[in-house]
Design a protein around this ligand. Structure first.
Ligand code: ADP
Ligand code: GLC
Length: 476
């Protein structure tokens, strides 16, 4: 099985969120299951070429038209964990100090990327059985294959899958996006695959043309066909319901494993959990909270976006600041949240610490050192942090949506409970959930049992990697 995996970010090379984690860990898992995998991503200037160990390929400078002008690109690569990683180097589009931009030509950046992937494969004469396209940045490929590259026999038997990691981001741009990508002007028809409320919508096009659509948890696969969660695409998705599969993300158990993690103070396991306390002490210290270890410590690591429900946390802190708890937040994103969180922390430095930055080591320290991890998301396609937390013995407090509903079992289930969850996105429910966590913190025996269940659950790619392979095989 030859798989061409197309993504806009991939750990450890470049990461803004969970898509990078998945792109960095699913392909090696597929390779372990016998697939031959090539991953393609843009070579942003943020990628440290030396540290990443990537080298320029012997590749003729090629140009692609995206936006009325021809732009040249070249190719870099690296083989790692049985997978070939290819980087499309086009400094004009990818040398902007950011992965995603609000620049006027954001659409052109990923149009160039997608054509460049297909042109590279033509040059290599490599015939993929499957194009695994991720999110809107790769979602024109299914249409390009059917409408523009079908003449080339190397793509004759290729099938495409579009994985939706977050329906909140669709790649909506001016109508001329369609012609910039090389589709005829006549393809932009009202209500057709390229048009959405008068604009171009790259994700919609992908949903329409992909041979199969997948998303990152079974619950989210159901949710996105409803008005509440479909972000306007529920109708298009409903029409393809039989071709949509929800496959729960796995986690990279080498990068996120309390037994071997080199970024934390002390290693520990479900059988031997004592080391967790040292991580809490180290985290308290790093936050400048002093040494009182008997107060519950809450952690958050998150993009600060509307999706993540930060409002509930802010309200909780305002209303309950007199209670005995501590909170450490690591995140960056929307300025509004950054400001509100910083303000809260500067008013209560003795119990709230906020780091507005991207910091992988601190992310690991928070995951290992906190007692509870908060994820009160409005929606959550899968979510990885709750799985990391469970495996690190840090009890997640989550809203019961998407992948959070598929991984966190509330402690009201006495046999299986591994966390705390609340059904509706309303403040009172979140507050009650946090109060229940404070009670749980006092019940040491129950807490230990809940922690153990989380640590013992297998979130590796073992099962889900097999599900992707089965999906590929069903198409070929
Ligand atoms: P999303 O992809 O919606 O942001 P996920 O839970 O799937 O949510 O994945 C988020 C990933 O990004 C996790 O690996 C998390 O640890 C990481 N992350 C998010 N914000 C930061 C940050 N400020 N510093 C370090 N890592 C972060
Ligand atoms: C998205 C989602 C997140 C998911 C990640 C990886 O960024 O917001 O829930 O875990 O993609 O699939």
């Amino acid at each position: 099985m030859r798989v061409c995996f197309v993504t806009s970010e991939c750990a450890p090379f470049v990461k803004t969120g969970g898509l990078a984690d998945v792109s960095g860990s699913l392909p090696p898992a597929l390779s372990g299951l016998g697939a031959e995998v090539k991953v393609f991503l843009p070579l942003y200037d943020l990628v440290d070429r030396e540290k990443s160990g990537i080298a320029a390929e012997d590749f003729p400078e090629t140009s692609v038209e995206a936006g009325g002008e021809k732009r040249g690109f070249s190719l870099w690569s690296r083989r790692k964990d049985g997978v070939d990683y290819y980087f499309i180097d086009c400094p004009y589009y990818f040398g902007r100090g950011k992965v995603y931009t609000n620049d006027e030509d954001e659409n052109e950046r990923f149009i160039l990327f997608q054509h460049a992937v297909l042109r590279t494969l033509q040059f290599m004469k490599w015939k993929p059985d499957i194009f695994h396209c991720n999110d809107w940045q790769a979602s024109y490929i299914p249409a390009m294959l059917k409408l523009q590259y079908a003449w080339d026999e190397i793509f004759r038997n290729s099938k495409s899958i579009l994985s939706i990691h977050n329906i909140g981001y669709q790649g909506i741009f001016e109508p001329d996006t369609v012609t910039k990508a090389g589709f005829g002007e006549s393809s932009f028809v009202l209500g057709g695959p390229f048009e959405f409320n008068g604009n171009a919508n790259m994700l919609k096009t992908g949903i329409y043309y992909a041979d199969a659509v997948s998303t990152v948890s079974p619950t989210y696969a159901e949710e996105i066909t409803t008005q509440e969660f479909g972000s306007g695409l529920e109708g298009v998705l409903k029409a393809r319901k039989d071709s949509i599969t929800g496959i729960l993300n796995g986690i990279d158990t080498e990068e996120w494993n309390p037994v071997t993690d080199k970024l934390i103070e002390s290693n520990y396991s479900a059988m031997n959990p004592a080391g967790k306390a040292e991580n809490k002490a180290a985290l308290l210290n790093a936050c400048g909270f002093g040494g009182n270890e008997s107060i519950p410590l809450y952690g958050i690591v998150s993009r600060l976006a509307w999706q993540k429900g930060i409002e509930l946390v802010l309200e909780f802190c305002e209303k309950n600041i007199g209670k005995d708890f501590r909170l450490v937040v690591l995140g960056s994103g929307e300025e509004k949240y950054e400001k509100q969180l910083k303000k809260l922390a500067s008013a209560h430095p003795e119990k709230i610490k906020v780091s507005v930055e991207y910091n992988n080591k601190l992310a690991h320290m928070i995951t290992a050192g906190s007692d509870f991890f908060m994820m009160p998301s409005r929606y959550e396609p899968c979510g990885l942090n709750q799985m990391y937390s469970l495996n690190y013995g840090t009890v997640p407090i989550v809203r019961k949506v998407g992948g959070l509903a598929d991984t966190v079992i509330d402690i009201s289930d006495k046999e299986n409970g591994n966390g705390i969850s609340f059904p509706e996105f309303v403040y009172a429910e979140f507050e009650e959930a946090v109060m229940r966590s404070m009670k749980l913190y006092e019940d040491r025996a129950l807490l230990a049992a809940v922690i153990k269940r989380g640590m013992e659950r297998d979130f590796s790619w073992r099962k889900s990697g097999g599900e992707y392979m089965a999906l590929y095989e069903s198409l070929c």
